[in-house]
Design a protein. Structure first.
Length: 174
């Protein structure tokens, strides 16, 4: 059965600048950039002995690329706290890694221009493989200090419970 759009008149694609990231049931403050969600499936080539000299192709393993989150440096410690669950320097022998909760599921939400939730993705079993706590500092620059978190993950799926919103109209009543 075909699923019809709530807003069949929308032809414009969604913009990439209205989004939020959530983990542990809370929105993460100040995230200004989220890397692409990318899945690659390996190609398995095979050929039977009686086939002509061309190969057949079938899907193999799928891999999910790491996702990078960026935000301006603030006093919020969520990036560092999560990264320290994978490796906490100085925690003592046998206590450097938190095996019980170093993985988290995250949610990436995309909003339309009116600020309504339009699409969302669930990213599964993420863990921090890289933390850049402070960028290169430059006294001659005019820029924001950005911290970066690189999240390995084991897959993602679109949240199908999020449906296209009916966009508001600003027409005057008749």
């Amino acid at each position: 059965m075909a699923q019809f759009s709530v807003n069949p008149l929308r032809f414009d694609p969604y913009k990439n600048f209205k989004f939020r990231v959530r983990w542990d049931g809370r929105y993460v403050a100040g995230v200004s950039k989220v890397g692409a969600l990318k899945r690659t499936t390996e190609v398995v080539e095979h050929r039977e002995g009686g086939d002509p000299s061309s190969s057949r192709k079938s899907p193999g393993r799928s891999k999910y690329e790491a996702i990078t989150l960026e935000r301006g440096v603030t006093h919020d410690v969520e990036f560092e706290r999560w990264a320290n669950k994978v490796w906490n320097f100085g925690a003592g022998l046998g206590a450097e890694t938190s095996l019980s909760d170093f993985r988290k599921d995250i949610i990436i939400e995309l909003y339309n221009e009116a600020g309504q939730l339009a699409k969302a993705w669930k990213v599964f079993r993420c863990w921090v493989s890289e933390l850049q706590a402070l960028p290169e500092l430059d006294a001659n620059a005019n820029a924001i200090a950005i911290e970066t978190l690189k999240l390995e993950n084991e897959g993602w799926e679109r949240d199908l419970d999020v449906v296209e919103p009916a966009e508001p109209s600003f027409n005057e009543p008749q």
